[in-house]
Design a binder for this molecule. Structure first.
Ligand code: ASP
Length: 296
């Protein structure tokens, strides 16, 4: 969980700087008339490379002390999508998700099969699983395991930090969304959350692009990303109403928590969250920009 009293001023400043650098990467691509898809991928790669977010280098630990990474992306106007789950040696899982979209007839590849597919893609950087080790995440694993022993129960609620995502609208009027995560600390048995599931953690169509973060089991059961799009398509809701209804009502109604980022084809942005904070950054159509961690 992101909590105000646990975040030092210095660490907060580093997070803002990483968010701003990632935004600038996406901005450069969009300003040069690049695609929303390329922009969201590049932004997510930048965030995967930072140890401060739960994706790529900063991925959390599984119960057996390893890292299993999930990622997905989707392009709105073409409805093309790619995703991977449970990968262990892929430095940038979002790049492998893109390769699944571009170079395979499939949408979602998992585990050993996804690794074998990565073997056929020379552009995909590979690392030992231990490359993802960080002291901070290891301390979080030990803390979570101690909490679990004390509670004598298995619970993942609250055991996640900082999945990354990006949504973009390009100069051609096209939308895209991308999401990448290490999942939840102390996860077992090949557990996969919402992030690599199209419709749950990621969605894009001609109207809206959405990326979510939160307790994945609830996000799957609410089909969060697609539900936001569906409320707009079938219910006539505007982006803000749709995103608020799903994140502030539907997810908490199942006992879940988290947030989402979304952009619609008019360039409206929504970033609701029902937790104390959610790392986020934005550049609006009028050029106004910002990064933030906590609520008002
Ligand atoms: N939604 C992710 C998952 O359940 C975790 C997160 O967003 O931090 O795997």
């Amino acid at each position: 969980m992101i909590e105000r009293d646990r975040l030092s001023v210095e660490e907060g400043a580093r997070i803002h700087a990483d968010l701003e650098a990632a935004l600038a990467t996406g901005e450069g691509i969009l300003a040069a008339a690049g695609s929303a898809l390329d922009a969201v991928q590049a932004v997510v790669v930048a965030l995967e490379e930072s140890p401060r977010f739960n994706a790529g280098k900063g991925a959390v630990y599984t119960a057996d002390g390893a890292h299993e990474l999930d990622a997905s992306l989707m392009e709105g106007h073409s409805r093309r999508a790619g995703a991977v789950a449970g990968v262990r040696t892929v430095r940038n899982p979002i790049a492998l998700a893109r390769a699944v979209m571009d170079h395979s007839p499939h949408v979602l590849l998992v585990g050993a099969g996804a690794e074998r597919f990565a073997d056929t893609q020379p552009q995909i950087a590979r690392v030992d699983n231990a490359w993802f080790d960080t002291r901070t995440r290891h301390a979080q694993l030990l803390q979570e395991q101690a909490r679990e022993r004390q509670a004598q129960a298995v619970s993942l609620k609250g055991a996640y930090f900082g999945t990354v995502g990006a949504v973009a609208l390009d100069l051609h009027g096209h939308l895209a969304a991308a999401t990448s995560t290490g999942g939840m600390t102390n996860k077992r048995y090949g557990r996969v959350g919402d992030s690599p599931l199209i419709g749950a953690g990621t969605w894009a169509d001609a109207r809206v692009a959405v990326s979510g973060t939160g307790w994945g089991e609830c996000f799957i059961r609410c089909a969060v990303a697609h539900d936001i799009a569906a409320r707009m398509a079938y219910g006539g809701a505007c982006l803000e109403e749709a995103a608020e209804a799903v994140v502030m009502q539907a997810v908490p109604a199942l006992g879940g928590d988290g947030g989402a980022i979304a952009v619609d084809v008019q360039g409206n942005i929504a970033m609701p969250f029902n937790t104390a904070g959610m790392y986020r950054g934005w550049i609006a159509r009028d050029g106004s920009r910002g990064t933030a961690i906590f609520g008002a």
